[in-house]
Design a protein around this ligand. Structure first.
Ligand code: ZN
Length: 325
């Protein structure tokens, strides 16, 4: 049984923009990997067909016999039923029985978990959170995902929907969020929010580097372009990152007051802003957090980058394998 749960695992990190299929061995080494566009507007059926095909290709490429399939998805997942119940960035994925569908296809144990939960497990086992038993992981990219490791264990809640930090309300009557509510942290501090702020501010900042980079196409400006411009010292871009960081800091302060974590790990594309994001975020956090937990917590960048979800999905499959699930 031990050898079975330590064998190579086929993993998928399914996001709204792209998905990655890979094979990971028992030591956390990535043996093969494929990047594919999600093409989220195609809807679940076509995407799942391409997902299965990519898993097969990743297995073939690795030359290994895998023991399980593990899917980390940017979605609200019912872990008992193996359903994707909804996914703000994957249109029409309502109560999709992804676990059973892939089990039919691959005839081996299939595990399904939230992508931020997977990333937290990855960072805890192999990344910035090694040896830290009370930590919060946040991914700040198109959306904002979150996950809790409490006393060394992933806390998913009874249904698996815990730690939707991105959808805690930071500003009543704030901007509309992808989830349909208003003023969520995600609507104020995510890559999507950063791009929206840039669109709003560019018309009155036509001498900025960011305006030049956007080539006059204000509607198409991206959070990545804001990061690049901020790194080059563009004041408009810096002010946008700082504004998002201020909101992020409020979210962090709430978490510090509730959980007294040792560490909060920030991953995702927006974390590429590094200290331009973390310094003002820490400052905003300290304004609302109590002194004792604010002194304890370390707010750091993720260590595994884009691999966290994949590696964590493999860790999860092994943990479940040991539990005989
Ligand atoms: Zn929301």
């Amino acid at each position: 049984l031990a050898s079975r749960s330590d064998g190579p695992v086929a993993v998928v990190d399914l996001g709204g923009t792209k998905f990655i299929a890979a094979v990971v061995d028992g030591g956390g080494k990535i043996l093969s990997r494929l990047y594919c566009p999600t093409l989220s507007s195609e809807g679940p059926e076509k995407i799942i067909a391409r997902l299965s095909e990519s898993i097969r290709q990743a297995i073939d490429k690795s030359g290994e016999k895998v023991v399980a399939v593990s899917i980390a998805a940017a979605a609200i997942i019912d872990i008992k039923k193996g359903l994707i119940t909804e996914a703000p960035n994957l249109p029409r994925w309502i109560n999709v029985p992804l676990r059973d569908m892939l089990h039919e296809e691959f005839r081996m144990p299939v595990h399904l978990l939230n992508d931020a939960s997977a990333a937290a497990l990855g960072e805890h086992a192999l990344g910035a959170g090694r040896g830290i038993d009370n930590l919060i992981y946040m991914t700040v990219s198109t959306g904002i995902g979150g996950s809790l490791i409490i006393n060394g264990e992933l806390y998913q809640g009874p249904d698996g929907s815990a730690a939707e930090i991105g959808h805690t309300i930071i500003q009543i009557n704030g901007p509309k969020c992808a989830c349909g509510r208003f003023g969520c942290l995600e609507s104020l501090a995510s890559g999507t929010a950063i791009a929206r702020m840039a669109r709003q501010k560019l018309p009155s900042h036509k001498s900025s580097l960011l305006y030049k980079m956007a080539g006059g196409k204000i509607k198409g400006v991206t959070a990545e372009q804001v990061t690049v411009a901020a790194k080059k010292g563009d004041r408009l871009a810096l002010s946008i990152v700082e504004e998002a960081a201020g909101y992020l800091g409020i979210g962090l302060g709430n978490l510090v007051n509730i959980f007294n974590p040792q560490m909060i790990i920030i991953g995702g594309g927006v974390s590429e802003n590094g200290n331009m994001l973390l310094v003002p975020a820490r400052r905003a956090m300290k304004k609302i957090a109590f002194r004792l937990p604010a002194r304890t917590v370390r707010i750091v960048r993720a260590g595994l980058g884009a691999n966290a979800g994949m590696l964590g999905a493999a860790v999860y499959a092994r943990l479940q394998g040991r539990l005989g699930k």
